[in-house]
Write a protein that binds this ligand. Structure first.
Ligand code: HPA
Length: 248
């Protein structure tokens, strides 16, 4: 198996990695089925990096239809041990406004009806993995260090509230998330993080804040155009950050 320094899962608005060279495309099948799309393995600033678009390359999969198990297993099958999850999110609390990048350290899971464990099939061993720190602390530290080296501003910390989608939230739902202690809201953070832990992968999130969540900020209606423009604006430094993270 080839050595992959880092796997990156792209979220809404991130369908490829700029500066990924010598790309090979892998159509991978896993014991959990087919991932969201092909895995592209290439060289980024001298390091082997794998990339997968979480929603499919044409953004054809809603959050509850993504085969999170197959995505992670496929990345593991091509040789990845560390996963950087890019998640496009809404911001709830003051430090998490549009175009901010954040590396959250906690999660609250509000999703339902998703396959959220590897031990789904009858007869499989039941795993009760420790999930107190849902993101691998060492990988979080490395993301923050890589951000510093490359001059990319990344907010350290925050709690990610994972909602079901695909619709955005009501103002009352976001008020509840705020009371619960959430700083960010997105639709794809879970069960991905828990499955990564069950698979024994190192996994951490770099959240790209695309909009104020419902009722936050100026309270304006959230549009897809705003989301995509802010993701693009916030992603400028990503290739350098990812390259530096892959180095160490
Ligand atoms: N809520 C949930 N998911 C999101 C949002 C949001 O406001 N923005 C981008 N992804």
């Amino acid at each position: 198996m080839q050595q992959i320094a880092l796997a990156v899962i792209g979220g809404t608005g991130v369908y490829n990695l700029a500066q990924l060279d010598d790309v090979q495309t892998h159509d991978v099948e896993t014991r959990f089925g087919t991932p969201s799309g092909p895995i592209r393995v290439g060289t980024l600033l001298g390091h082997r990096v794998a990339f997968l678009a979480r929603h499919g390359e044409g953004h054809s999969l809603p959050p509850h239809k993504i085969n999170y198990r197959a995505n992670l297993a496929a990345l593991q099958q091509v040789g990845a041990q560390r996963v950087l999850a890019l998640n496009t999110v809404g911001g709830i609390t003051d430090a998490f406004g549009p175009r901010v990048l954040a590396c959250p350290e906690q999660i609250i899971d509000y999703t339902w009806g998703r396959i959220s464990t590897l031990c789904e099939e009858p007869g499989s061993d039941v795993l009760h993995v420790d999930f107190g720190h849902p993101y691998t602390p060492m990988l979080r530290s490395k993301i923050l260090a890589a951000a510093k080296v490359t001059g990319v501003t990344v907010h350290d910390g925050g709690c990610y509230g994972a909602t079901q989608g695909p619709r955005l939230e009501t103002i009352a739902e976001i008020a509840r998330l705020r009371r619960d202690g959430c700083d960010l809201v997105g639709m794809t953070g879970m069960p991905e993080a828990a499955l990564a832990r069950e698979l024994g992968l190192d996994y951490a999130c770099l959240a790209i804040i695309a909009n104020w969540a419902a009722g936050c900020g100026d309270g304006e209606e959230i549009t897809m155009a705003e989301v995509l423009a802010n993701v693009q604006a916030a992603s400028n430094g990503l290739p350098e950050l990812v390259g530096e993270l892959a180095r160490g």
